[in-house]
Each structure stands twice: as C-alpha cells, then as structure tokens.
Design a protein around this ligand. Structure first.
Ligand code: ACO
Length: 367
C-alpha cells in the first residue's frame, strides 16, 4: 500500500489588513478587548476582485510549484470551504479551470473549520486505496462576505485567506498516518449561516433580517472546542501508533488563543509546541491550518521528519485530527514550467468557452 506524503504547500492572503483599531471605528470594540479575549491583532480582507476560487487557485499554484508537479498530473482536487462562490458549481471546479488541471476530478467539501483535516484524510485514503496518485487539497475562505460588520461578537473574529497542499503517493514510509473525524449535528445551531440554502432561500425577508450573515453562540462553541481539542489530538496520535510524547508540534485550528492554550494544557504540552499565527490572520476557518503550517515550514519551524498533529473544530458541529510525518518534495529530475502551464490553461479555458458558443449556434435548439 503506498504512503500519502505532503509534497507541496502554498498560501494566499489578501493584501488588505484590517486591524483591531480599524474595527473599533466600525463597532463598539477596542484592541485591548479583542487581544485579551481572542489573541487576534489583525486579519486580511479580500478585495472586490479576490474570490474564494482566486485565493484558492493562487495557493494551489504555489503548492504545485513547491512539489514540482504539473496541473495535468493532478488526479483529484478537494476544495474545503464554507464560503463557496456558488451553491453550484463547486469552487473546486472553478479552481480546476484556473489551474488547467485537465485530468482532475474536483469537488467541494463542507466541514467548516475542520474541513481541511477531513479533506487531507480523504486525499490520503484515495492515495492509499490506489485510486489517485496526486491530490490537491485546498482550504479557502472569504468569510468577510458573510460577516455582519455591525455585530461586534462575530466581526472581530474572522478573516480571509487560502492554503493548499499537494499530496502524493510514494513507497517511502511517512506522510499522513492515522486520524479521527467526528460530528455532532445536535449543536448545528451554535454556529450557522441561516439563509441562502434550500431551507431559507434568499428573499426580502432573509436580507432584511440579516439571515445571510454568520450567527454564533460564542460561549457554546468555546466550551465545545476546549472539550474536544486535546482528546482528538491524542486519538490521532494513538491511531498512528505514536506515544503522546513523540508529537513534535501541533497545528491547531486558529480560532482563539485561549482555546489553543486550553488544548495545550489538556495535552500537558508547553504552548510553544503549538503553531500559532492567528494574531495576524484571525480565524480563516478551513484555511487556518494550512496557513499556519505553510508559515511554519517557510520559517524553518517544521522540518522533514517532524511528527505533527493537525487538529480542528467548527460548525456542524465537527471536529477532527490527523497525524502527519512531514516530508517535503519528492525527488524528481523533471522541471515543471508552471507559468507556461498556467498561460496554456487560461487559453484552453477560453477556447472551450468559445467552442461551446459555436456549438450552440450550430446546433441551436435541436441539439
Ligand atoms: N468588544 C468589546 N466588548 C465585547 C465584544 C467586543 N467585540 N464582544 C462582546 N463584548 C462584551 C459583551 O457585550 C459582554 O459584555 P457584558 O458582560 O457587559 O454583557 C462581554 O464582552 C462578554 O461577552 P461574551 O460574548 O460573553 O464574551 P465571551 O467570553 O463569550 O467571548 C468570544 C467571546 C471571544 C467570541 C468567545 O466566546 C469565543 O472565542 N468563542 C469561540 C468562538 C469560535 O471559536 N468560533 C469559531 C468556530 S470555528 C468555525 O466553524 C468558523
């Protein structure tokens, strides 16, 4: 059975920074409260021309560059997001088109902030079963578009961004080991976006009552998160045959510093074994774990051979953890020219669109 290795990584965040001081001019809040209660100092907000798919595709392209893999070699794209561009088509398909990943299947996965862990786990299963050799897993969000900027209890928390991993098959031991995935739908109303789906389709009423914004019972989510984080981490390590003391670093979902601190105490680990970057990006939901990982790898904190556990929780309620021995790019003699690939992908997509228009004219209504 092949092993599933993380061989490429990339991130993409909007340039626009929204600080706590900026927020204090929009709602009744202040920097000291936000920092003390959450650990967040600033977050990134997508510009008008940035979307969930453009951020995701940018992160994915960087991950493919690190792995030295052509988009044509990708078998499957799993895009985890709670802020898709449309209910359908899947954001994964928009990214597939932007990358020119011509042979890839593509689908979205919705497990809120646990989504990247679910997606990585699915990618590893696809590789271990032999159904895929190269999988792109992307976590991407534009939460700023669903935040009520008048609600100080939620608008201080969230930010936009994307992270991506390339997962590849190899006979070398290592990579993604055991994991756990859990859910408890009885807590679904603790954190939800009520309107826009089939239960409450968009209407004057949903817009006027703000049902298209994120609603959260912060205290309930906080209690749930502190209950599950440490146990899920230990369960993932155990499922991989690792003792707790073998874990080098934990990459937790970046929601709140106090939740991460509680998890560290539950694990009897010093806080410096936790990778933390929420001070600069806030809660980017499913993008938070890859964003924290990419920065830690690029900063030299995560090195090949390190034993990591990714752990997250989120709306659903969902939670999960995954044990990973960090690898790095697989050795290859091939040099992929991704810029050329990207330009070719863009023109191929345009030709396909023109082709569809011509086909429509030729066949008309009789097709
Ligand atoms: N600025 C200043 N004061 C505020 C603010 C603010 N932004 N927000 C609330 N307050 C006030 C409240 O009005 C309240 O005042 P009062 O005591 O006079 O009534 C006081 O601060 C305490 O407010 P609470 O809402 O009770 O604060 P709490 O201790 O619950 O902390 C927080 C709020 C930080 C949101 C916390 O509940 C939390 O982090 N929960 C977890 C949220 C989370 O992780 N969500 C993401 C899940 S992942 C996903 O799926 C997207």
């Amino acid at each position: 059975m092949p092993y599933a290795h993380i061989t490429g990584w990339g991130m993409s965040v909007p340039a626009h920074v929204l600080t706590n001081d900026d927020l204090s001019k929009m709602v009744d809040t202040n920097d000291a409260w936000i920092r003390e209660m959450t650990g967040i100092r600033e977050r990134r907000i997508a510009a008008e021309n940035e979307t969930t798919s453009t951020l995701g595709a940018d992160a994915a392209l960087k991950a493919l560059t690190v792995a030295n893999v052509s988009p044509d070699d990708v078998d499957l794209i799993i895009c985890s997001t709670s802020t898709p561009e449309y209910l359908f088509p899947a954001t994964a398909c928009l990214i597939q088109d932007q990358l020119g990943a011509s042979k890839a299947g593509a689908f979205d996965l919705l497990a809120a902030c646990s989504g990247f862990i679910y997606g990585l786990n699915m990618a590893a299963q696809a590789i271990k079963s032999g159904s895929a050799k190269t999988v792109l897993v992307i976590g991407t969000e534009t939460l700023s578009r669903f935040v009520d900027w008048k609600d100080r209890s939620t608008c201080i928390l969230f930010g936009d961004g994307a992270g991506a991993f390339v997962v590849q098959a190899s006979e070398q031991p290592g990579g993604i080991f055991g994991g756990v995935m859990h859910s408890d739908g009885s807590g679904g109303d603790s954190l939800l976006l009520p309107a826009g789906g089939s239960k409450h389709p968009a209407s004057d009423l949903t817009v006027h009552t703000g049902m298209h914004f994120i609603r959260m019972n912060g205290k309930e989510v906080f209690r749930f998160a502190t209950r599950v984080m440490a146990k899920a981490t230990l369960d993932a390590a155990e499922a991989s045959g690792w003792k707790p003391e073998e874990i080098d670093l934990v990459v937790p979902h970046q929601a709140n510093l106090r939740i991460i601190d509680a998890a560290a105490r539950g694990l009897k680990m010093p806080l410096d074994k936790m990778i933390i970057n929420l001070d600069r990006y806030g809660n980017t939901s499913t993008a938070s774990i890859p964003l924290a990982t990419v920065e830690a790898v690029e900063g030299g904190r995560i090195k090949p051979g390190d034993k990591l556990v990714f752990v997250g929780f989120g709306a659903g309620l969902t939670w999960g953890a995954l044990a990973v021995q960090w690898t790095g790019p697989l050795p290859t003699d091939r040099k992929v020219n991704l810029k050329q690939n990207y330009l070719w992908a863009r023109s191929r997509s345009i030709y396909r669109r023109i082709g569809r228009i011509i086909e429509g004219i030729l066949w008309g209504r009789n097709a």
